[in-house]
Design a binder for this molecule. Structure first.
Ligand SMILES: NC(=O)C1=CN([C@@H]2O[C@H](COP(=O)(O)OP(=O)(O)OC[C@H]3O[C@@H](n4cnc5c(N)ncnc54)[C@H](OP(=O)(O)O)[C@@H]3O)[C@@H](O)[C@H]2O)C=CC1
Ligand SMILES: CC(C)(CO)C(=O)C(=O)O
Length: 295
């Protein structure tokens, strides 16, 4: 089994290292930044390491059985530049991204019938190139079907629980409810525990209620308690947890604003649903990336 992982960041690095614990797999990591010392992942005080083959140019890559793309949503088109070299007749692509548009983001570059969208719930932070703090073993959800089952089987030897669902859209919107609220962490530059501060909990609740309303208009089935559930998740989880949009802002990287809050505003407009809290979150995060001298 040959598996290529595009983007060995927090999620790509974690997944590549865990997959690499099965020595029957040939793991290839496709990176744009050097990875001088392989991969080392810390989970629950233990460390696992892996030394996959590292490609820094598509010229070196060859067709594999599975490609896993773990680049950010805004890097999808660049990540896709690896695909022609990695793709053979039976190659399948798994897209490990937040948001609800995993297939859409790669549709221009890969046969959508062979794309497996993944909902990743693995809190992980990159601490240095190839170094990741994985805060929980975590889960991945993929659609029912032969590709979903084959993808899940890849992880059988890992602590990451991969399951399939017959209602992927609802699961993706439920995850977006969690991620939409994470904008508040990126805006305030405060980790998860800031949700214990009542005014922040209230703002997160409003962001999630808007997200859930738009998701339901799109056909998602979401529990009535989802806003309270999400706030509880942030308030009672790891107080120091830094979600990925917060990590992006801290590192001065672009942020997945469009995929996480922008999409709620955009689809809210389509359905005539007001989304003022998400609109404000989007504006503030976009403003934080602007050089005022360019205005
Ligand atoms: N971190 C987390 O806890 C979670 C993240 N997610 C989602 O997973 C996705 C990935 O997030 P995360 O791992 O945090 O992001 P990171 O920024 O840590 O990793 C992204 C990686 O993609 C690489 N990359 C970007 N473009 C290319 C390219 N053209 N070729 C090769 N590599 C490329 C980046 O390279 P470079 O090193 O040069 O920047 C980086 O290593 C996002 O959609 C995120 O929302 C989902 C659940 C949890
Ligand atoms: C909320 C969290 C940590 C869950 O895995 C996540 O999706 C992210 O950091 O982007």
């Amino acid at each position: 089994m040959k598996i290529a992982i595009i983007g060995p960041g927090a999620i790509g690095g974690t997944v590549a290292a865990w997959l690499g614990q099965d020595t029957d797999y040939e793991i290839y990591v496709c990176t744009r930044s050097p990875l001088p010392d392989g991969l080392a992942i810390e989970l629950d005080g233990d460390k696992i390491t892996a030394a996959p083959t590292v490609h820094t140019s598509p010229d070196d890559a060859r067709p594999v059985d599975w490609v896993l793309s773990a680049a950010k949503t805004y890097d999808s088109a660049n990540a896709a530049k690896w695909l022609p070299a990695l793709t053979g007749e039976t190659t399948r692509l798994a897209v490990l991204q937040n948001g609800i548009e995993q297939v859409e983001n790669f549709r221009p570059f890969f046969d959508p019938a062979r794309i497996t969208p993944c909902i990743v719930d693995i809190p992980a932070e990159r601490t240095a190139p190839g170094r990741v703090l994985q805060r929980r073993a975590g889960t991945v959800i993929v659609p029912d079907g032969p590709d979903g089952s084959a993808f899940a089987a890849l992880f059988a030897h890992t602590p990451i629980a991969v399951t399939t669902t017959d209602d992927f859209a609802s699961k993706a919107w439920a995850k977006l409810c969690i991620n939409s609220a994470g904008a508040v962490n990126a805006i305030t530059l405060q980790p998860s525990g800031i949700a214990r501060f009542a005014p922040v909990a209230g703002l997160m609740r409003q962001i999630v209620e808007e997200c859930a309303a738009v998701g339901r208009a799109e056909g998602a089935v979401l529990p009535d308690t989802i806003a309270d559930d999400v706030v509880y998740h942030y308030a009672t989880g790891d107080r120091e947890g830094v979600n990925s949009i917060h990590a992006d802002r801290l590192a001065g990287r672009p942020m997945e604003v469009q995929a996480r809050n922008g999409v709620i505003v955009r689809l809210g407009e389509k359905h005539g649903i007001a989304t003022p809290a998400n609109r404000m979150a989007k504006a503030l995060l976009e403003a934080s990336m602007i050089d005022v001298h360019s205005l």
